[in-house]
Ligand binder design. Structure first.
Ligand code: ITT
Length: 199
């Protein structure tokens, strides 16, 4: 039988990142009844996998088992061509324990200078996984390409948004209207695939 996600299903959003919660709520457009991992007091699992897909599945399965609800998880990150795809799955870690993304963005700039490359192309990836408690799971991946700019610009969005100009735009994700980002982002592209698979 094909897996379906019925409208109105109570979904636990398996993330502790408020920026992601806001974007996922916007992208899901009220289709589901959302509750967050934070609201349920679920612990954060260690992200021990080596791919976005692996870590998204791990987080979704963990939240589904802990809550007994269908869970949606996002594992995402910024990949820089000249840095062989870094920070990639380590994007959150580059900000250190205080989650300081000014620091993480400076680190990207410094690493690029060290690499001595003119190539400022980069991309964001989002793997979205849905897991049923005690049951199956589905995972998809979305990507958006763009270029990096320094110094950072704009205070919208979260994480690395102020240094990322998506393809076809002049402004960074930190400057663009949230609805514009949420209409084109890696996360929106992943959700479009999920919709095709499950809705
Ligand atoms: P959860 O695991 O609880 O969901 P997290 O922040 O640790 O939260 P990740 O392990 O997936 O999530 O790390 C992804 C990091 O990549 C995230 O902290 C951001 O800094 C960055 N990132 C992902 N999507 C982004 C976006 O749309 N804009 C800017 N930065 C983004």
């Amino acid at each position: 039988m094909a897996l379906r996600l019925e409208p109105g299903t109570r979904l636990v959003v398996a993330t502790h990142n408020p920026g992601k919660v806001k974007e996922l709520a916007e992208i899901l457009e009220g289709r589901f009844e959302l509750v967050t991992a934070g609201e349920l007091g679920l612990p954060e699992p260690d992200e021990t996998e080596t791919t976005f897909v692996g870590n998204a599945l791990l987080k979704a399965r963990h939240a589904a088992e802990a809550s007994g609800l269908v869970a949606l998880a996002d594992d995402s990150g910024l990949s820089v061509t000249a840095l062989d795809g870094a920070p990639g799955i380590h994007s959150a870690r580059w900000a250190g324990p205080s989650k300081d993304f000014s620091l993480a963005m400076r680190k990207v700039e410094e690493r690029l200078e060290e690499a001595g490359s003119e190539d400022v192309s980069a991309w964001f990836t989002s793997a979205l996984a849905v897991a049923w408690p005690g049951g199956p799971a589905v995972v998809v991946e979305g990507r958006i390409d763009g270029t990096l700019v320094f110094p950072p610009r704009g205070d919208r969005g979260f994480g690395y948004d102020p240094i990322f100009v998506p393809e076809g735009m002049d402004q960074t994700f930190g400057e663009l209207e949230p609805a514009v980002k949420d209409g084109m982002s890696h996360r929106a592209r992943a959700f479009a695939k999920l919709k095709a698979a499950l809705l």
